[in-house]
Design a protein around this ligand. Structure first.
Ligand code: NDP
Ligand code: GDR
Length: 361
């Protein structure tokens, strides 16, 4: 290892973003350390391709067992690694599940952030270590009156979280800002809007849809059950978004940034786009709970999907106690200050996700 090599520590390295960020940092020549939870079965599928045998000569990638609920473990890892940059991506990240495990989510997503910041402070690393906190558009809660005059959420829009996840993340946001102001730390929030990829967890709506489209096209599944089709999300690609995380920590001054595309899409329209990838045109009938989507045409000779087949039904079980109806972010600050330029648009991402899931089947 050269003495100038930068050292990064990534929590949540086994997740969607952690895996893309680790690839990016390795490409940039970093020594990358990741925190991985002990699980009873393997949970490293997203990073197996970059894993390095620790007996090799030039090792740039190392995993440490850890958990954001365990301060002693966090302090020990940070002390051992002495990172230049910490990316705190670890979280219980599913909004619907957070209603089932609210205390756990407060501990991991809220207090977990404090544990990282406090470890940096206690270890005397406030001058050396920069911290990125994975904040979220869920902080805004989708309240129409809180959008700016142009109709977007930006860095100055008020917060109004609508789930235990959002409430826990708002603590993470403010404690990061507080450590920046109180201790002069280089600690920043990236307020990231939804971002997806073929590595997206299978129970988030986009991946659930693309996997179902592939399975239905291949005759492995009959019907997809979804909840609210009427919410709108500003969807980008995770690969683009991890580039923004890195840029946030390379600035001269620590600040918070919105990362978004500025375009919002109904869940229903994502479904239409995904089915179109296998040549299927849908018609929607009914309202809310009774809504279904039926195959109106299938132009792809590879897939034998019968016209008239119902391929989607709404199941109110998936409705959330409180919903975030609309998200749309203003990326002006990140584009101008960070020079961030996303490579993907939604159509390209849907294409990539469906193609990848077709391969899986
Ligand atoms: P994922 O759910 O794919 O990954 C979450 C990661 O956190 C996994 O590596 C998971 O480990 C780890 N983790 C969960 N609980 C703990 C714990 N107690 N201790 C340590 N690690 C833990 O999320 P994403 O990659 O999509 O998101 C990354 C971060 O960005 C999260 O903080 C998320 O809340 C936030 N975010 C995500 C957005 C998105 O659209 N993707 C948008 C805005 C913010 P394991 O693999 O063992 O489960
Ligand atoms: P979100 O993502 O809650 O925005 O949080 P998710 O994909 O779970 O939901 C998006 C919207 O789709 C609706 N929906 C369904 N959602 C799921 N998961 N499953 C369904 O069957 C379904 N049917 C409809 C939801 O009601 C919602 O309106 C994601 C996570 O990555 C967070 O960690 C991150 O902070 C935010 O994005 C920004």
């Amino acid at each position: 290892m050269s003495t100038t090599q930068k050292v990064a520590l990534v929590t949540g390295i086994t997740g969607q973003d952690g895996s893309y960020l680790a690839e990016l940092l390795l490409e940039k020549g970093y020594m990358v350390h990741g925190v991985k939870r002990r699980a009873s079965s393997f949970n490293t599928q997203r990073i197996d391709h970059i894993y390095q045998d620790q007996h090799e000569v030039h090792v740039n990638f190392k995993l440490h067992y850890g958990d954001l609920t365990d301060s002693t473990n966090i302090i020990r890892i940070i002390q051992e690694v002495q990172p230049d940059e910490i990316y705190n991506l670890g979280a219980m990240s599913h909004v619907m599940v957070s209603f089932d495990s609210p205390e756990y989510v407060a501990n991991v997503d809220g207090l977990g952030t404090l544990r990282i910041l406090e470890a940096v402070r206690l270890l005397g690393l406030t001058k050396k270590t920069r911290v990125y906190q994975a904040s979220t558009s869920e902080l805004y809660g989708g309240l129409a009156e809180n959008k700016n005059a142009a109709g977007f959420y930006d860095e100055n829009s008020p917060f109004y979280p609508r789930s235990p996840y959002g409430a826990a993340k708002i603590y993470g946001f403010w404690i990061t800002k507080n450590y920046r102001e109180a201790y002069n730390m280089f600690a920043c929030n990236g307020i990231l809007f939804n971002h997806e990829s073929p590595r997206r967890g299978e129970t988030f709506v986009t991946r659930k849809i693309t996997m179902a489209v592939a399975a239905i096209a291949k005759g492995k599944q009959d019907c997809l059950y979804l909840g609210n089709l009427n919410s709108q999300r500003d969807w980008g690609h995770a690969k683009d978004y991890v580039e923004a995380m890195w840029r946030i920590l390379q600035q001269d001054v620590p600040e918070d940034y919105v990362i978004a595309t500025g375009v919002t899409t109904y869940i229903r329209d994502f479904v239409i786009m995904a089915f179109a990838e296998v040549g299927v045109t849908l018609t929607f009938e009914g309202e809310q709970e009774n809504e279904t989507a039926t195959v109106a045409a299938c132009s792809n000779p590879l897939y034998q999907i019968a016209i008239g087949t119902v391929v989607l039904r709404v199941d109110p079980e998936y409705y959330r106690p409180t919903e975030v109806d609309l998200l749309i972010g203003d990326p002006t600050k990140s584009k101008t200050q960070l020079g961030w330029k996303p490579q993907y648009d939604l159509a390209a991402m849907v294409k990539e996700m469906v193609a990848s899931d077709l391969k899986l089947y």
